[in-house]
Design a protein around this ligand. Structure first.
Ligand SMILES: NC(=O)c1ccc[n+]([C@@H]2O[C@H](COP(=O)([O-])OP(=O)(O)OC[C@H]3O[C@@H](n4cnc5c(N)ncnc54)[C@H](O)[C@@H]3O)[C@@H](O)[C@H]2O)c1
Length: 356
């Protein structure tokens, strides 16, 4: 049985991938420092599915070196995953230690063992100042892109989008790690795939206001907690596409197959991964679905000023990804929220203290 290492495997994406890959006949080990609130809850889930859990930190290369056994692949899913990190004291140093130096430790581990890597990067590598500077039209419930510009069309943001601009420290840490991994491909022939993910959502996401916003919005409705529309006039009209984590899992299963079983031809190729233009919501539209699902109508507050890093619109153009892996997201936005709602309702006692 081929064994896969997932770093950050007690997080939302890592734990879902771990459970999915076990169901496909792989043995899975996860390494996680359990720093994200609620990761103990996800740890219990992966353990129940036969995953081996190692408590460790990617910032310490010895923790990685200590992993025994043969591995066929590494999936690097660990991160300080909030795009807002960097505003508090010590934040920036911590973010870069985890997302850049920690990622390099992972790539070194993979290089020494000649183990292919799937790296989870982010759509946040695209400069938000360029995206926000495009022309948008304000419709009743959302902003829509009014004019295409280089690398941005109504179908979404393409991998060819020019990268000159600012992108948040989080985005910069991810882009830096991408560049290093790509060089490892050229210099050491290390096989790898880079997934630039937009918003992923679904069951087992312990959403926070600054990460996992759709699940957080739904949970706030479920538990009747206050919410604000923040930025871009405080109207709730900013738009994102969203991808169900199970759709992500089926894509990753194909990528695993390519890297483990086929002749690997990937050495740092970048793929946009998201729900695409057919699966988008504004916050205002999300509120309407959340109210319908939970039966709770909240008074949403309004905070007009836009914070550095806030994005008015992001949609993933995943055409190249779909073609390369013969893959297409299958869940609608309504399906994703419906599934997530059922999960929140089924685990309300555990989640009320985690998702605050
Ligand atoms: N969820 C999304 O919508 C989304 C979007 C774009 C990119 N991503 C990226 O995908 C990856 C997974 O995201 P997620 O949503 O599962 O995040 P998550 O926060 O749920 O999971 C990250 C996991 O990494 C662990 N971790 C953090 N620092 C660590 C360290 N130093 N050593 C070991 N483990 C550590 C945390 O405890 C947590 O379990 C991340 O790289 C994230 O940046 C996620």
């Amino acid at each position: 049985m081929k064994r896969i290492l997932i770093t950050g495997g007690c997080g939302f994406i890592g734990s879902n991938l771990a459970v999915d890959l076990v169901s496909r006949g792989y043995a899975v080990t996860v390494l996680d420092n359990l720093s994200r609130r609620g990761s103990e809850f996800l740890r219990a889930r992966v353990l129940a599915h036969g995953v081996t859990v190692v408590h460790g930190d990617i910032r310490d290369p010895e923790n990685l070196k200590g992993l025994g056994g043969d591995f066929a692949l590494m999936i690097e899913c660990s991160a300080e995953s909030s795009a807002q990190t960097g505003s508090g004291p010590g934040d920036a140093r911590y973010l870069l230690d985890v997302n850049l130096l920690g990622a390099i430790n992972c790539f070194e581990w993979a290089r020494e063992r000649k183990v292919p890597v799937i790296f989870f990067s982010s759509s946040r590598i695209y400069p938000y100042d360029r995206i926000n500077a495009c022309r948008y039209v304000e419709n009743e419930t959302r902003f829509d892109l009014a004019q295409s510009s280089s690398g941005i069309t109504p179908v979404g943001v393409q991998v060819q989008m020019p990268l000159d601009g600012v992108r948040t420290l989080y985005g910069a840490s991810k882009l830096s790690a991408e560049l290093i991994l790509r060089e490892y491909g050229a210099r050491y022939e290390l096989p790898s795939i880079i997934n630039r993910c937009g918003v992923v959502a679904g069951p087992w996401q312990l959403g926070k206001i600054d990460q996992g916003v759709f699940t957080f919005w739904l949970a706030s409705h479920f538990f009747k907690r206050p919410l604000n529309y923040t930025g871009f006039g405080g109207l709730g009209k900013q738009v994102r596409d969203l991808l169900h984590v199970d759709d992500l899992s089926s894509l990753v299963a194909r990528q695993v197959q390519c890297l483990v079983d086929d002749d690997p031809v990937f050495r740092g190729e970048v793929f946009n991964v998201g729900g695409s233009a057919g699966v988008t919501l504004s916050l205002k539209e999300t509120t309407a679905i959340c109210a319908q699902l939970t039966g709770h109508r909240l008074e949403i507050g309004s905070v007009a000023p836009t914070r550095p890093g806030d994005l008015i619109w992001y949609v993933t153009d995943n055409g190249r990804t779909a073609e390369a892996f013969d893959w297409k997201p299958s869940r609608s936005a309504q399906d994703i929220l419906q599934d997530t709602f059922q999960w929140i309702r089924g685990h309300a006692d555990d989640l009320k203290d985690i998702m605050v």
